[in-house]
Every structure is written in structure tokens, then in C-alpha cells.
Design a protein around this ligand. Sequence first.
Ligand SMILES: Nc1ncnc2c1ncn2[C@@H]1O[C@H](COP(=O)(O)OP(=O)(O)OP(=O)(O)O)[C@@H](O)[C@H]1O
Length: 249
Amino acid sequence: MTVALETRNLVKRFGGFTATNDVSLTVESGARHALIGPNGAGKTTLINLLTGVLKPTSGQVIVDGEDITSLSSHRRVRRGIARTFQINQLFSGFTPLESVLLAINERDGFGRSAWRPLAAHLDATDEAVDLLERFGLSGVMGEKTGRIAYGKQRLLEIALAFASRPRVLLLDEPAAGVAEEERSEVLAIVRSLPAEVTVVLIEHDMDLVFSFADRISVLVAGVVMVEGTVGEIAADPRVKAVYLGEDAT
Ligand SMILES: Nc1ncnc2c1ncn2[C@@H]1O[C@H](COP(=O)(O)OP(=O)(O)OP(=O)(O)O)[C@@H](O)[C@H]1O
């Protein structure tokens, strides 16, 4: 098995507070790996360290065997790491089609003012339409994003991350805030992401975690308390103790 993503002894301190404490993770290529843990456990900090939003105090981030710790966020996207955010980051005045086309153009180096040949433009449009279909957005692709259902907005965020053709896709609570009646569609599309893309999921919804993940790491106070298969984590008394009295749904 090849390793897609690895952290070695990752530490992040904010002043005297240690948010990430000696985290060593190994995520195999094609894995469905969930990061769970109570509020404030350091999940978002870890994702920020993986994507380059934050620099670690010490330790390394390794993708496909290469140390990317010193690379900027932008360079990491080029190395195949894409993410979604817990909070909606979309341009509400754009249509889904416009947003996806922008993401494709950015990926292909035709950002902003660069001129794109007509044939390539048509290819990009075809790709955008296919991508929107995969994410259940065909019916709303011409509408202003701010007006479409919230579940569809969350799917658009995943589609935009996916447009960069990531090898590793980091999903930060993809179903957060989505109304009950829209959840099943979001969850089904997250589950049907192509097998070759390695996915790291941060999630509070245990139904999604247990139906999606093949491995789970449990973070508590910045430390990986336990890591294992879904069965191992579900049966672990330490995990039960952490979640006892917590709203883990
Ligand atoms: N920029 C910062 N400066 C100081 N402390 C921070 C900073 N960012 C995060 N922290 C602290 O680090 C800890 C971990 O926060 P983080 O957001 O990573 O947790 P989380 O597991 O993602 O929580 P949640 O599930 O609530 O999103 C928290 O105690 C938080 O207050």
C-alpha cells in the first residue's frame, strides 16, 4: 500500500497552548480516513497544518513521500491537496457553472486575465458540466449561488475542491448546517467520491463517519488518543468515555 499523506511528530503551539501535540498520522492512498474528536480537540488546526494555512512549530507534513512542510497553501494545491471549509466560502453572486469554470481555469493556469484558446474553453465547459452533474448540481448551475439550497452550496464547495483534481481531499464537516431533508443527498455524494481520491473527513456526525470511513483517528486535546478501523473505534472504551455526555450526532 502506498502512503498518500503523512505527518511526523507535528506540533503547533499558540503561545503557551499546544493545539497539536506530536501528531503522527499515516493515510494510505485511496483511504477514507475520518478525524473525530470533541470541540477544541485540534481538528481544524491539523487541517490548517496540512493545507499550509498554519506553519507547524515542529514536525513534518509529507505527501506522496515528499516533505511539503515549507510549501505555501497555493503550492500544496498544485501538489494535489484540496480542502473544503466548515464555513461557506462561496461567491454568492456567481452561478455554480461560473464558479466551477473559474476553478478549472485556475487549475489549468488560465487564471484572471490569461487568454484561453476557444477549444480549451469548450473542453473546460464540458468538464464543468460533467462535474456539476456528479455533484447533483445540474438543475441549479445557472442560478445565483446565494439563492440555491444550502445542501447544494455545500456540494458546490466539494465540487470546487474536486475541480483541482486532488490526490488528497480534505473535507471539513461537509454536512454541517445542512437541513435534515438535504443531508442524505450530501452524504450519498460524499460516499460516491471516486475511490482513487484519498479523502480525510472531519466530522461530528457519527452516522456519516461510520458509514464512510475505513479508518478513524480520534483527537483529544491535540493528541491522537486512538486510531483504528471503524469496528475498533466503535468498541473502544476510551472513545466511548470521551463521547459520553457529548452530543456526538
Ligand atoms: N489562532 C489561534 N490562536 C490561539 N488558539 C487557537 C488558535 N486556533 C485554535 N486555537 C485553539 O486550539 C484549540 C483547537 O482548536 P481547533 O479549532 O483546531 O479545534 P477543533 O477540534 O477543530 O474544534 P471544533 O470541533 O470546535 O471545530 C482550541 O482550544 C482553540 O481555542
